[in-house]
Design a protein. Structure first.
Lengths: 323, 323
């Protein structure tokens, strides 16, 4: 177990270092920080001070090292666009994206799992067929199309829900939340639905396929031959065998939600990381872009790590296979 | 104990239904071990699965009466059938590597099976589960309860499977090739275990196997299957010393039996192969491979007839009366 955990953690750290290095090279090779950060009439002394502050006078390995050390101290550099610390920009925007991802995941779980289980257990029922038919739309329609349609119907035509922004937020000191106000909830519904349509349908299809496959397996047949009740067979004996791929995919999906909320955030003018990323790209704000990439990589890796660390709890064979 | 009359199983295709079992009949007397033998593909497993209504779709039982201890069990609703499976009829599948649920402990699977049928508390079920592991010859029953299937060897797993099949005290055990998937060295132990359990409890048994050696050690009577029909039903002694059906004789000659014939016994294969499903010739299915075949064999299907306590379906039986 210990070797399993430590090998997964080491892998994660290694991948994060690689991502950081790529982002670092990006910062190093694109744009000229001195030209952007220095006033046009800067003195040579000012220039030297900045060079030293940014470690520009050191060899590349040393610079990467101090880049990483700076990051570990929460120092992510300075935005070219706003001249503010990147850490501050990210911290301001993160709660909006995290809450959007959280609500999307909630929708995915609350709708996707029961519907997927239903379709897997009763694949021939008309209800399952209807769900599968509708889910084709969810898989094929891009998020932004869903978003635009939702806005057209629920904001423009019916006027029930707002089409942009986060609504009123409450500042908790370390976190600004929209989930404590009515307008916050009203604002998050449409973008969360748009963002979760793909995930919901994906989870439904995945669970259905997995359950149908496990349902045909010999150990389920033997469980039937022993007269176990249907409910127990499906909801314990079969489902437990589908958890591994489902949790893996859900984890990856959560990463996707956070990483690729860019488009949805843009459609709904959601003040999150995705919108920040687009603004930074337009302004060629390399430090923010780099940190965003590292951040997304880190989110993916941490979720992935959490998923992998949960495997041995679900399937006792994992430890044996890897040891 | 069990009486099967005219059991017919069909494999529906888009145009026609292919007959997989063609009106087979046999019975098992209380406390008896009935062997079912025949080449691979003869329909032995289908017959076993049809009895407990667990045919793999699209196979379907289309005719026949199945009576267990005087009670018809071929038209029970799902709930009543569930109470037959495990509780009245125990079933052992061929491959212990795939028969057990990989993500649940041995104890959990035993306890769930007992609690599905017997009115006992969890604690009692736990105690009985340990007793069962002891009865099937597993060391350290208490610790084994907490083991997962992958932690056990093939032979140990098959012991667990047998415990699972018997733990709700059925009156009939159907074992479908219970030793075929095991190492040769383990096969004898599992057969010995089945014989011991049979002697202890007097349970009736159907032992399905392609191995006449297994039948000679275990069975009281034997039903010889060929291409979805019953060729002959005789006691073990009658079959081995005085077979009626040419196919039964052919099977015997194809089996090495040093103990019965001494040195120099020549193994003789039956010429040709058993026809696949849907390619079964008209008349007696065995006629293309039979040296005694006549015109009648090519055109008419010989019925299973009883003569002097044994049955066979042949127009030209060896040493018997012609039909
Ligand atoms: N689910 C199924 N679908 C189609 N054909 C099947 C199915 N199960 C078995 N068969 C075919 O039926 C015949 C008899 O199978 P089976 O009873 O498993 O033979 P055996 O005597 O070796 O146990 C074989 O030809 C097999 O290929
Ligand atoms: Mg078989």
């Amino acid at each position: 177990m210990l070797s399993y955990v430590s090998s997964r953690v080491l892998q994660t750290v290694a991948v994060l270092l690689v991502i950081s290095f790529i982002a670092f090279l990006l910062v190093q090779n694109l744009g000229d920080p001195l030209a952007i950060l220095l006033p046009p009439d800067a003195t040579l002394a000012q220039r030297d001070a900045l060079v030293r502050a940014l470690h520009l006078n050191q060899p590349i390995v040393a610079r990467f090292f101090s880049f990483v050390v700076d990051m570990l101290h929460g120092n992510f550099g300075i935005s070219y666009r706003t001249q503010e610390p990147v850490a501050k920009l990210i911290a301001e925007r993160f709660p909006a994206t995290a809450e959007l991802a959280f609500v999307s995941l909630l929708i995915t779980i609350v709708i996707g799992i029961p519907a997927g289980v239903y379709c897997g257990v009763r694949p021939r029922s008309w209800m399952a067929r209807a769900i599968m038919f509708t889910s084709i739309a969810g898989v094929t329609l891009p998020n932004f199309v869903v978003g635009v349609v939702l806005i057209a119907v629920f904001s423009v035509r019916l006027g029930w829900l707002p089409s942009f922004g986060r609504g009123a937020t409450v500042n908790l000191g370390f976190w600004t939340t929209g989930l404590l106000t009515r307008s916050g909830w009203e604002s998050i519904i449409l973008p969360a639905i748009a963002l979760s349509t793909f995930q919901v349908t994906f989870v439904i299809r995945l669970l259905r396929t997995q359950l149908m496959e496990v349902g045909r397996s010999e150990h389920i047949r033997f469980a039937r031959a022993r007269g176990l009740p249907d409910r127990r067979i499906w909801y314990v004996y079969a489902i437990k065998n589908t958890l591994l791929p489902v949790i893996t995919i859900m984890g990856l999906q959560l990463g996707n939600i956070i990483a690729f909320s860019v488009v949805t955030e843009n459609v709904f003018a959601w003040p999150g990381l995705g919108t920040l990323f687009l603004q930074s790209i337009q302004a060629a704000d390399i430090p923010v872009i780099a940190v965003y990439l590292i951040f997304v990589g880190a989110v993916f890796m941490v979720i992935n790590l959490a998923v992998e660390l949960s495997y041995p709890l679900i399937d006792p064979r994992i430890l044996k296979r890897t040891s | 104990m069990l009486d099967v009359r005219g059991l017919t199983v069909t494999l529906p295709t888009e145009t026609v239904g292919i007959t997989a079992l063609d009106g087979i009949s046999f019975d098992v007397k209380p406390g008896e071990v009935l062997g079912i033998v025949g080449e691979s593909g003869a329909g032995k497993s289908i017959a076993g699965a049809a009895i407990i209504d667990l045919l793999v779709p699209p196979l379907k039982r289309t005719a026949g009466a199945i009576t267990l201890a005087g009670e018809r069990i071929d038209h029970l609703d799902a709930q009543a059938m569930r109470k037959v499976r495990g509780r009245r009829i125990g079933y052992v599948f061929q491959d212990p590597m795939t028969s057990l649920n990989p993500v649940l402990t041995v104890g959990r699977q035993l306890i769930d099976t007992m609690r599905a049928h017997l009115d006992i508390t969890r604690g009692m079920a736990r105690r009985k589960a340990a007793e069962w592991l002891d009865r099937v010859g597993l060391p350290n029953p208490r610790e084994t309860l907490a083991r997962y299937p992958h932690e056990l060897s093939g032979g140990m797993r098959q012991r667990v499977v047998i415990a699972l099949a018997l733990c709700a005290d059925p009156v009939l055990l159907i074992a479908d090739e219970p030793t075929t998937a095991l190492d040769v060295s383990v096969q004898a132990h599992i057969l010995q275990l089945l014989r011991d359990l049979h002697e202890e409890s007097g349970i009736s048994m159907i032992l399905i196997t392609h191995d006449l050696g297994v039948v000679s050690k275990m069975a009281d009577r034997v039903a010889v299957f060929y291409a979805g029909r019953v060729a002959e039903i005789s006691t073990v002694t009658e079959l081995f010393e005085d077979p009626r059906h040419p196919y039964a004789e052919g099977l015997l000659q194809a089996t090495p039996r040093p103990s019965l014939t001494g040195r120099g016994h020549v193994i003789q294969q039956i010429p040709g192969v058993m026809p696949a499903l849907g390619k079964i010739p008209g008349g007696c299915a065995f006629h293309p491979r039979c040296s005694r075949a006549s015109e009648a064999c090519r055109t008419r299907v010989p019925e299973l007839r009883e003569e002097g306590g044994r049955s066979y379906s042949c127009f030209h039986p060896i040493g018997g009366k012609a039909q």
